[in-house]
Design a protein around this ligand. Structure first.
Ligand code: SF4
Ligand code: SF4
Length: 412
């Protein structure tokens, strides 16, 4: 409570984030109601602020008081710690926090699981009993995992050496169990650019555990992945991930969670997928044998890439492969991990996504690209326009569509 009061007081004096999210609006409303004195706020006041934080992290780069400033203010991390202390971990949280477990259960029976998930009666039950909103989009299970696809490819075609680099693809649980076409496109594009790709055993990065406040489990996941990835880092591989939240976990959260030199080593060699491709481009190693895309493209820059401070690499890459100007929109989609799936926040999450939806509607007829799988789903639900990962459009420009669905097909 003392730290929440200290930070609350600094924020009260600053108020720069007043319109950033419901969490700050709630904080300032409650302070104003209580004679503008943070010391008058109760645990219940702070708790409602904490539960409205959906961990987009956008307040961190905006804040002038983050380390090394002597205020040492890290609002998003404070919210994570408070959630660990106060967050409710019921059946819903246990279900949503382990996507690997859900994937292992759903993938072998994908058609049946997807059919059941679409039934109105199932959704009403899930809402009533578990607390998952009946209109929340649940990612459909793929009948075959990305890891299985990659193993078969290795058996059939063998490993390919790469003259331009060596990459360990941290493919993410969403790609593995739900969207293997994104991982397949990543492998094809990287190999086309003479980059060796390996995909060793790995587990979910653990971000969903931070959402539910299960810090112990997040630390366990971080430890497992650092141990699994470290030998590859030491052998000269760069870790590359198509998932913004997952690369953020490896880069920024693992060193905090583990405080170990090994975690920092892994973090230092982790990059976002499009960031890696743009580095190849800067070195003159990115092949230019694509056919430029003719459609207009609108790119949504996800919050968890914005806070990595790497610029808009996917936007740059899309601009390279496109004949036409590529638009960019930075407003939060409001999905943020599992927050939008929750019964009590789903409607609010679509209100948060409102500004982004307006931009998408204004550019109707454009292809919509976004690196974050959950933001894609939120955009699609909020606007009716399909959003896809930029790598699918890159693969399409190279003519590298394989058995995976291509960007054009998905965009329809
Ligand atoms: S998080 Fe930083 S920038 Fe935002 S209101 Fe608080 S002190 Fe100001
Ligand atoms: S992390 Fe995002 S949702 Fe949480 S307080 Fe900061 S801006 Fe608000």
């Amino acid at each position: 409570m003392a730290e929440l009061r200290r930070v609350g007081d600094i924020c009260h004096g600053c108020r720069l984030c007043f319109n950033l999210c419901p969490s700050f609006r709630e904080l300032f409303r409650r302070i104003d109601e209580k004679e503008e004195a943070v010391e008058n706020l109760s645990k219940g006041d702070f708790k409602s602020v904490v539960l409205l934080c959906y961990d987009c992290k956008l307040c961190f780069p905006k804040c002038p008081y983050t380390p090394p400033h002597n205020y040492q203010l890290d609002f998003p991390r404070l919210m994570i710690w408070a959630r660990a202390l106060w967050g409710r971990r019921g059946l819903r949280e246990r279900l949503l926090e382990d996507p690997d477990r859900l994937g292992r259960l759903g993938t072998p029976v994908a058609p049946l699981a997807n059919w059941i998930n679409r039934l109105g009666v199932t959704r009403r039950l899930l809402e009533k009993v578990v607390g998952i909103h009946r209109r929340a989009v649940l990612p459909a299970f793929s009948p075959r995992t990305f890891a299985a696809w990659h193993r078969r490819r290795l058996r059939q075609e063998g490993a390919r050496a790469g003259a331009n680099g060596k990459v360990l693809l941290f493919y993410t649980c969403l790609v593995n169990y739900h969207e293997p076409e994104v991982g397949q496109a990543a492998v094809r594009v990287l190999e086309h650019n003479e980059v060796e790709v390996v995909c060793p055993a790995q587990r979910c990065c653990g971000m969903p555990y931070l959402d539910t406040g299960n810090l112990q489990a997040a630390v366990k996941r971080a430890r497992y992945n650092v141990e699994a990835l470290l030998p590859y880092v030491r052998a000269g591989y760069t870790i590359v991930s198509p998932g913004p939240s997952c690369s953020l976990m490896l880069r920024q959260e693992y060193p905090e969670l583990l405080s170990s030199p090994e975690a920092r080593e892994v973090a230092s060699q982790t990059q976002d997928l499009c960031e890696y491709l743009m580095r190849l481009n800067a070195q003159g190693k990115l092949r230019r044998d694509w056919t430029p895309l003719q459609e207009r493209i609108l790119y949504h820059h996800p919050c968890h890439l914005q806070v990595q401070n790497i610029g808009r690499k996917s936007w740059d890459l899309l601009a390279l492969i496109s004949e036409r100007e590529v638009g960019c929109v930075t407003q939060c989609s409001g999905h943020d991990g599992t927050w939008s799936m929750k019964r009590e926040y789903h409607e609010l999450s679509h209100q948060i996504g409102g500004k982004l939806y307006s931009r998408v509607r204004e550019s109707s007829g454009s292809l919509v690209a976004c690196d974050c799988s959950l933001a894609q789903k939120q955009i699609t639900q909020g606007t009716g326009q399909k959003a896809v990962h930029p790598i699918l459009l890159v693969a399409r420009a190279y003519g590298l569509e394989g058995e995976e669905r291509n960007g054009k097909a998905q965009a329809k």
